[in-house]
Design a protein around this ligand. Structure first.
Ligand SMILES: Cc1cc2nc3c(=O)[nH]c(=O)nc-3n(C[C@H](O)[C@H](O)[C@H](O)COP(=O)(O)O)c2cc1C
Length: 248
């Protein structure tokens, strides 16, 4: 590896950024949030269209959104327990428990990718000391997604849908830029697809242009020293991602 200082710093940031799922009480200053967004805005995008917008919530507004999202999560939990009749009633009464996100966050995982997903889930619960069969503890941990894992700041990422997959790709590059900028400043982040499940509470709080669709959220704050933050699910080797040349 080159001993160029930039290369070393970038390699370290790329390798040490982890999803942070427990935060300290320390607030993140408005200047810090502005600085991270100012870094991330230099992300490349299709024809430089920058087809995303970000809603930032902290303090009372963040708590308001959190309470509303938790109410929906708890209502959805009850709905699941109510079986088919409960689900039908929810559908007919347009219950707030039903997902109202702009993108579907629940999908069938291809068989090839399922082992990675399972290993990550099991690894996370093992790091937290939660046994596989402890449904209640797993459920409580799942609920933490909608508490933003205790982060003092939450960001919601919106994209214009007309660019199809490419606006989502652009938003992903933006997000990684933002996460690396945050990591470089000692902050922690967790990208949260879970926050795409219910859009209502976010749209109630922010004047979101109708053409912009909620893609995901991101928890932002100072990492606590909780053991969950040391969880590293690792990565496949480069060889595993390379597509071989056809032979013969
Ligand atoms: C688009 C996206 C959505 C994610 N959604 C969630 C989520 O809803 N909840 C969660 O705990 N982690 C979520 N993650 C974090 C991933 O689980 C994590 O990036 C992956 O396991 C690799 O771990 P690392 O980020 O610590 O390297 C998400 C990550 C990305 C990029």
């Amino acid at each position: 590896m080159s001993d160029n200082a930039d290369t070393g710093t970038l390699a370290r940031l790329l390798r040490t950024r982890r999803s942070i799922r427990d935060f300290s009480d320390r607030e993140v200053s408005a200047e810090m949030i502005a600085a991270i967004l100012d870094d991330a805005r230099w992300a490349p995008s299709w024809s430089n269209t920058q087809p995303y917008k970000i809603a930032v919530a902290s303090g009372g507004l963040k708590d308001q959104i959190k309470e509303q999202l938790l109410a929906r999560f708890d209502a959805a939990t009850k709905l699941q327990a109510g079986g088919l009749p409960g689900k039908l009633a929810a559908f007919l009464t347009r219950s707030k428990a039903l997902p109202d996100g702009d993108f579907d966050t629940r999908f069938e995982y291809p068989e090839e990718l399922t082992p990675r997903r399972r290993a990550t889930g099991f690894g996370l619960y093992a790091a937290l000391g939660i046994a596989r069969e402890d449904g209640a503890a797993r459920h409580s941990q799942m609920r933490r997604n909608w508490e933003f894992f205790g982060a003092p700041v939450v960001l919601f990422v919106f994209v214009r849908q007309e660019l199809g997959a490419y606006s989502v790709l652009d938003a992903g590059i933006f997000l990684q830029s933002l996460m690396l900028s945050a990591t470089a400043r000692g902050l922690g982040t967790c990208a949260e697809g879970a926050l795409g499940t219910w859009a209502g509470p976010v749209r109630e709080a922010f004047d979101v242009p109708p053409a912009y669709k909620l893609l995901c959220g991101l928890a932002l704050g100072w990492p606590s020293d909780h053991v969950v933050n040391a969880f590293n699910p690792g990565r496949a080797d480069v060889a595993e991602m390379l597509i071989p040349i056809k032979r013969g």
